[in-house]
Design a binder for this molecule. Structure first.
Ligand code: ZN
Ligand code: ZN
Ligand code: ZN
Ligand code: ZN
Length: 568
C-alpha cells in the first residue's frame, strides 16, 4: 500500500496517510479518517481541561470541591468519592436509542444528565492521597496542582507529566526524579534546577542536553562530566564558591538565566529531544520504539499521532494515559489495561468500548457515561448480547452514513471551552478562530487579582532572608497580576535547595515552560552543518533571517548524525 494525500474536511488542508495508518484503521475496523492529525488533536484536546479549576459543591454530599467543570457549564458535579460510590445509579439515566434522531444528540442529552466526577482521578493506578488539587492524575501522595501525572509521585507540585518522582516542583515531563525544580524532559536525575533534556544527572543547575553529569552549572551538551561551569572544568572548591554566590538569589538567578540562554545558543542542538528511542518520528519521546508523529510519549511501542501517553502499544490518536493498553484509537485518558476502545473519554480497564465517557471495568459499551462493571450497554441501557449487536450496528450505520464514524465526539459535546484545555497550550487559537471551529470560549476564567499583601519588590532577594510569615502573604504575579500563595512544603523545598521565591504565579510558570519546550509541531528544515533535511519543532528561519519563535534568537539545529559527532 502507498501513502495517500487527502483534504481535511475541517480545515481543508491536505494531509498524508501512510501505509501503516491504513493497516491500523483496518485492524480497528474504522474508516480512514477524513480529518487531518492537527484537527483530530484539537477535537480531542477540547475534552481535556487539566488545570483550569473551579470551586463548587458536590451535587450529592454538598461538600466544597475543586473541579474542572466551570460553574457556567450545565453539568451536575459530584466529588470523586461520591462519584465512585454506589450512592447513585448510572443506569437510571438510560436512553432508548431512537433511530429517527441523531445518535450524537441522544448522547449529548445523556452526558448532560449523568453526574460528572469533579476531577479525573484514575482509579487504576491507586488513589490520590492528600492531593485534592490534582487532575488527570492518580496514585499520588501529598501532591498539589499536578496534572497528567502519576503513579508514584510524592510531595510534588505545579507539574505535568511526571511519574515516580519525589520532592519536585515546576516540572514538565519527567520520571524518576527527585529534588528538581524548573525542569523539562528530565529523567533518572536528582538535584537538577533549570534543566532541559537531562538524563542520569545529579546536583546540576542551568543544564541543557546533558547526561551522566554531576555538579555541572551552566552547561550544554556534556556527557559524564563533573564540576564544570559554563562547560569549563573547575576545581571543586572554585566550583562551589561560584555556584554558592548565585544560588538562592533571585536577582543573580535571573541574570544567570539570561546569560545561560545566550551561552546555550552557541552550541548545536539535536533535531529533536527524543531520548533512548528506536525508529521514532516525533519529539520528546522517551524509551520507545516505532512511534510516529508522537509527542511526549514514554515507554511506547507502535504508537501513532499520540500526545502525553505512557506504556501504550499499538494505539493511535491518544491523549494521556494508555498504560498497559493496546488497540486504542482516538481517545482521551483511556488506558489501564484497556483493549479495543475507540472514540472515548476516560475509559479504564475495559474492552470493546466506543463513544463512551467515564466507563470503567466494562465490556461492550457504546455511547455510555459513568458506567462501571457494565456489559452490553448502549446509552446507559442494558441489552442482551443479540440486541446489543443489532442496536450497535444500527448506530454505526447511522454514523457511517453521515461520514463521521471513527471521528471523535463532535465539538458541541465538549465539556469545556477551548481556552480551558490543553488545546490552548499546544494548538493555540484566538477566540474568533475557536468559535469558527465550533468550540466554546470562556471569557471569564476565575482568577483573583488585586488582593496582594506583599509586593514582588518587597520579597527578600535571597531565600535565606525569607521568613515563615511569607506563607500568610498573598503575592501578585509579575506577569499576569494573578494572586498566588506559597505552600509550606514549597517554601521548605526552596530553602533546602537554595531557590529564590518565584515572582510569577504557578500558571505563568507553567506556560513559560511550554514556551521553553517549544511548540507541538513538526517543521522541515536543513541541518545547519550538512544541510540534510530534518524534522524539528524549531521553526525554520524566515527568509529575512528573523526567528518565528517570538522573542528568541535562532538556535543552531543539527541532524542526529552531525550532533553525535559534535558531542560524544
Ligand atoms: Zn484539518
Ligand atoms: Zn460528594
Ligand atoms: Zn501569572
Ligand atoms: Zn547534519
Amino acid at each position: 500500500m502507498q501513502s495517500e494525500t487527502r483534504q481535511c474536511k475541517r480545515c481543508k488542508e491536505n494531509f498524508t496517510l501512510e501505509p501503516d495508518d491504513f493497516s491500523f484503521y483496518e485492524k480497528m475496523k474504522v474508516p480512514v479518517p477524513g480529518i487531518c492529525p492537527t484537527c483530530r488533536f484539537k477535537m480531542r484536546a477540547v475534552f481535556r481541561n487539566e488545570r483550569t479549576l473551579y470551586k463548587r459543591t458536590c451535587g450529592l454530599c454538598n461538600r466544597s470541591i475543586i473541579t474542572m467543570y466551570s460553574p457556567n457549564s450545565p453539568y451536575t458535579v459530584y466529588c470523586n468519592d461520591c462519584f465512585i460510590s454506589d450512592k447513585w445509579d448510572p443506569y437510571s439515566y438510560a436512553i432508548d436509542y431512537d433511530p429517527s434522531k441523531p445518535f450524537s444528540e441522544q448522547l449529548k442529552e445523556l452526558t448532560i444528565k449523568v453526574p460528572k466526577s469533579a476531577t479525573y482521578s484514575s482509579t487504576y493506578v491507586g488513589p490520590n492521597i492528600n492531593s485534592e488539587y490534582c487532575n488527570f492524575a492518580g496514585g499520588n501522595k501529598d501532591c498539589y496542582l499536578i496534572f497528567n501525572s502519576g503513579p508514584g509521585n510524592e510531595n510534588c507540585a505545579y507539574s505535568r507529566g511526571i511519574i515516580w518522582s519525589r520532592d519536585v516542583f515546576d516540572i514538565y515531563y519527567g520520571d524518576k526524579i527527585e529534588n528538581c525544580n524548573e525542569c523539562i524532559n528530565t529523567h533518572n536525575s536528582n538535584g537538577i534546577i533549570l534543566g532541559q533534556n537531562i538524563s542520569d544527572c545529579i546536583d546540576s543547575r542551568f543544564v541543557l542536553n546533558c547526561s551522566g553529569c554531576t555538579n555541572c552549572f551552566g552547561s550544554v551538551n556534556l556527557r559524564h562530566k563533573s564540576y564544570h561551569f559554563f562547560n569549563k572544568p573547575l576545581s571543586r572548591d572554585e566550583w562551589l564558591k561560584r555556584v554558592s554566590a548565585i544560588s538562592g538569589s533571585y536577582e543573580k538567578t535571573e541574570e544567570m538565566k539570561q546569560k545561560f540562554s545566550e551561552f546555550s545558543l552557541k552550541f548545536p542542538r539535536r533535531e529533536n529531544n527524543n531520548l533512548k528511542i528506536t525508529n521514532c518520528f516525533g519529539d520528546y519521546i522517551f524509551e520507545s520504539k516505532n512511534c510516529y508523529q508522537c509527542f511526549e510519549v514514554s515507554f511506547g511501542e507502535d504508537m501513532r499521532y499520540s500526545f502525553s501517553v505512557k506504556r501504550g502499544k499499538d494505539c493511535a490518536d491518544m491523549i494521556g494515559h494508555c498504560r498497559s493498553s493496546e488497540l486504542l484509537y482516538n481517545g482521551v485518558g483511556v488506558g489501564a489495561g484497556s483493549r479495543n476502545v475507540i472514540c472515548s473519554w476516560w475509559v479504564e480497564s475495559s474492552q470493546d468500548v466506543a463513544y463512551s465517557f467515564a466507563t470503567r471495568q466494562s465490556q461492550n459499551c457504546f455511547g455510555c457515561d459513568g458506567i462501571k462493571n457494565g456489559s452490553f450497554v448502549i446509552l446507559n441501557k442494558k441489552y442482551s448480547k443479540e440486541e446489543y449487536q443489532k442496536v450497535k450496528n444500527d448506530i454505526i450505520e447511522e454514523l457511517k452514513s453521515k461520514d463521521v464514524y471513527g471521528d471523535f465526539f463532535p465539538a458541541e459535546l465538549a465539556f469545556f471551552a477551548y481556552n480551558e484545555t490543553i488545546g490552548q497550550d499546544n494548538k493555540p487559537l484566538t477566540r474568533e478562530q475557536a468559535l469558527a471551529e465550533g468550540f466554546r470560549w470562556e471569557d471569564e476564567i476565575q482568577k483573583t487579582e488585586g488582593k496582594e499583601t506583599l509586593k514582588a519588590e518587597d520579597i527578600p532577594d535571597h531565600i535565606k532572608d525569607v521568613e515563615d510569615s511569607i506563607l500568610d502573604e498573598v503575592l501578585s504575579c509579575i506577569k499576569c497580576f494573578r494572586n498566588y500563595r506559597l505552600i509550606r512544603r514549597e517554601l521548605e523545598f526552596y530553602r533546602k535547595m537554595l531557590i529564590p521565591i518565584p515572582r510569577k504565579c504557578w500558571n505563568c510558570r507553567f506556560t513559560d515552560r511550554i514556551t521553553r519546550r517549544g511548540p507541538y509541531k513538526f517543521w522541515n528544515r536543513a541541518c545547519a552543518k550538512c544541510q540534510k533535511e530534518i524534522t524539528t519543532n524549531y521553526p525554520p528561519e524566515r527568509a529575512d533571517g528573523s526567528s518565528v519563535r517570538a522573542g528568541s534568537p535562532e538556535p543552531i539545529v543539527y541532524c542526529e548524525k552531525c550532533y553525535q559527532q559534535e558531542v560524544y
